[in-house]
Design a binder for this molecule. Structure first.
Ligand code: PA5
Length: 490
């Protein structure tokens, strides 16, 4: 059995009490909203133009055609053995999905041990922070002649990625000379943005330089792992088909109307009710697996950017029923649960204290892995731990955490994964994506934009004097300075 199992019992009142747990009646009372949300999502998904217009094309990525997947797999294999290192540059949705795959699917210590990575290129990530320290160390130690660079930016404009790419480009150029562009692969929008323009200019000069994979239309950064992450998977030797098969199976489970057969819908409904009726505004994700810690980081971006919204959604229906989603400036809602990424068992010795005894304002989603590929047993004569496998102990720790949470009436649920592999990881990502989309429907917010992220970007562009900043944005920045009283600066 490959399939993921979802246990929602501890989200209910019969385990954690009426003040904290959802009652079946509360779900029944929501049934027409649930049915409407299902109908609405299905109608958007069944209309290809709406799918693109509202940025829901991610939902059909598991159905990508096998020929293009094979082509990416071939390019990845070639890079993996031709180069010593691969440097992937990107931030947010152009980084977190790849990092999630790297930690979940590749061997631990992949870069440290040649055997662990089957002689493939090492893979490093940069551009996900403006802290110069790691980049400086990396560029001092990597050999530019043996490094392949993948720059990923959907917009092609993001400051972090741009700044790092400029530095890395110079570093390559200095050592390789005019043909340095052959060591660069760009993943960006098919038409717009300065990175796309750059690709076109460079390819006209030398078609082997700045090879590129256009991102699909209608797929936002944080929902794009099954698109922009594919080359990374191929370089690492992961079978993309297996990842997509898992996501596809999950997409089938998550498209049925029946709440009690659709784990994404039930997850969304229970968390929506826990949030709106029981004051559970924090969503803690706690995988009991070292490999899934970056998946928890990926999920933080997914939840925070998708549902943390100031305005209610405004739907415009155009000709042929094509939908466009925006925000309704007259309806301020300021909603969204706050995600927190943790990991078992490490955080049982820190955050768990607050989970059990602190303010009862959170839900905890645990992820449990049933079988580990390489398990280890504690030697005989080690007292109560004798002959226990780490996998067994880890599962016991998860069970104990569940008990402690229920005992103190803390709503929680558990996702069980038979084994962490490309199939189950693909399924897990798709599950969270659909659950987030459905929760967005219930909250009536646009889960596929991120205007709150744009405001900091605009401030930086303004200060950096980027040409073409709209007047309204420039004025807003000029007219709203942060007040600083010297008395409060110590
Ligand atoms: O989800 C999103 O769209 C954002 O978080 C982006 O991924 C992030 O801002 C990086 O943008 P870009 O890929 O355009 O460089």
């Amino acid at each position: 059995m490959h399939e993921l199992k979802f246990d929602f019992n501890n989200m209910f009142n019969f385990n954690v009490g009426d003040a904290h747990g959802v009652a079946e009646d509360e779900i029944t009372a929501l049934s027409s909203s649930i049915a409407n949300a299902h109908r609405h999502l299905q109608s958007v998904l069944s209309n290809p133009s709406s799918r693109v217009a509202v940025n829901m094309e991610w939902a059909v990525l598991p159905l990508q055609d096998k020929k293009s997947i094979r082509a990416i797999q071939v390019v990845g294999e070639d890079i993996a053995y031709k180069y010593e290192s691969v440097l992937s540059l990107g931030i947010g949705g152009s980084y977190l999905g790849l990092k999630s795959a790297q930690d979940a699917l590749l061997s631990p210590y992949y870069n440290e041990f040649k055997a662990a990575r089957g002689n493939r290129a090492k893979i490093y990530f940069e551009g996900n922070n403006l802290d110069p320290t790691p980049l400086a160390v990396l560029l001092k130690n990597l050999n530019p002649k043996k490094t392949y660079v993948i720059v990923i930016s959907k917009s092609g404009e993001t400051t972090e990625t741009k700044a790092v790419f400029e530095v890395v480009e110079n570093w390559l150029k200095k050592s390789i000379g005019p043909k340095y562009g052959r060591s660069i692969f760009a993943i960006t929008d098919p038409r717009s943005g300065s990175l796309r323009q750059r690709v076109e200019v460079e390819q006209r000069k030398d078609p082997l330089s700045f090879r590129s994979l256009p991102l699909l239309k209608g797929v936002g950064g944080r929902y794009s792992e099954f698109n922009m992450g594919l080359l990374h998977l191929a370089i690492a030797g992961i079978k993309i088909d297996d990842v997509l098969a898992g996501a596809r199976a999950m997409s089938e489970r998550c498209s049925v109307a029946d709440l009690y057969k659709n784990p994404a819908y039930l997850y969304a409904v229970l968390h929506y009710l826990a949030y709106t009726k029981k004051g559970k505004s924090i969503g803690i994700l706690m995988p009991f697996s070292e490999g899934l810690k970056s998946t928890a980081d990926w999920y933080c971006q997914l939840l925070a950017e998708s549902l943390g919204k100031k305005y209610e959604r405004k739907i415009r229906v155009l000709a042929k029923g094509i939908e466009e989603w925006g925000e309704d400036p007259e309806r301020i809602v300021n909603v969204g649960r706050t995600p927190v990424a943790t990991r078992g068992t490490a955080d049982l010795h820190s955050i768990q204290q607050n989970n059990v005894e602190g303010q009862n304002n959170k839900t905890i989603t645990m992820i449990r892995v049933e079988r580990f590929k390489s398990d280890i047993k504690v030697p005989k004569s080690s007292g109560i731990l004798s002959q226990k496998s780490f996998g067994e102990l880890l599962k016991l720790a998860q069970e104990a955490t569940e008990w402690a949470l229920v005992r103190d009436r803390r709503p929680n649920c558990t996702v069980s994964i038979p084994e962490l592999n490309p199939y189950t990881w693909g399924a897990l990502l798709y599950f969270f994506e659909m659950a987030t989309a459905f929760e967005g429907e219930l909250l009536n917010v646009n889960a596929f934009d991120q205007p709150g992220v744009e405001s900091y970007k605009n401030y930086m562009y303004f200060k950096l004097a980027k040409p073409g900043i709209p007047r309204a944005i420039a004025d807003e920045i000029k007219n709203h300075p942060v007040k600083r009283d010297a008395k409060y600066i110590l």
